[in-house]
Ligand binder design. Structure first.
Ligand SMILES: CC(C)(COP(=O)(O)OP(=O)(O)OC[C@H]1O[C@@H](n2cnc3c(N)ncnc32)[C@H](O)[C@@H]1OP(=O)(O)O)[C@@H](O)C(=O)NCCC(=O)NCCS
Length: 145
């Protein structure tokens, strides 16, 4: 992701989340080493994006989305495969994320990728308030939780 991609990424972000990241958040965090951002593009059009916070040990997906009209064509999978590859390159063993309990589409997507449910976090989300499901993907032993 470059600064030029941010306006399109922000439009996608706003379309999906009740409390979206601010456009300025992307500009501020993009250059930071502790964050990793990816976009999937078709020519100049951003089809999807992914942001992750990186520690010396693991990565946590902070936000991700694929344009509604481009969903179910493997764009999300390509973004996450690229994240897993980058984690392996950096020697990071695990990828974590939270997902709304009611977000069946995303939960099915993460399970297909090999994420496993670790825990439920009571009232993790606001607007509307809802439990979050904590999920983990192991980059080294792909088939186990
Ligand atoms: C979740 C999301 C990123 C998936 O992106 P995508 O590009 O559509 O995903 P893919 O095409 O790579 O899907 C891979 C697999 O995930 C599963 N999956 C994806 N969308 C699904 C859906 N709507 N229903 C059931 N399973 C689904 C399927 O197993 C799919 O494989 P298949 O198409 O061969 O059956 C996308 O739906 C999205 O942007 N959702 C809105 C934002 C969001 O909820 N973000 C996550 C917040 S935690």
């Amino acid at each position: 992701m470059t600064r030029e991609d941010v306006p399109q990424v922000f439009q996608i972000e706003k379309s999906f989340f009740s409390i979206p990241w601010k456009e300025q958040d992307f500009y501020d965090l993009l250059p930071k080493e502790e964050y990793f951002f990816l976009v999937a593009k078709q020519e100049e059009k951003v089809l999807g994006y992914l942001g992750a916070a990186i520690t010396p040990f693991d990565a946590s997906v902070t936000t991700t989305g694929v344009l509604l009209e481009h969903q179910r064509r493997g764009v999300g999978t390509a973004l996450f495969k690229a994240l897993f590859f980058e984690c392996q390159r950096r020697g990071l063993a695990e990828v974590f994320l939270e997902v709304r309990e009611s977000n069946r589409k995303a939960r099915a997507f993460y399970e297909k990728l090999g994420f496993c449910q670790l825990a439920s976090r009571k009232n993790f989300y606001q607007d509307p308030m809802e439990d979050g499901i904590l999920m983990r993907y192991k980059t080294r032993v792909e088939k186990e939780c």
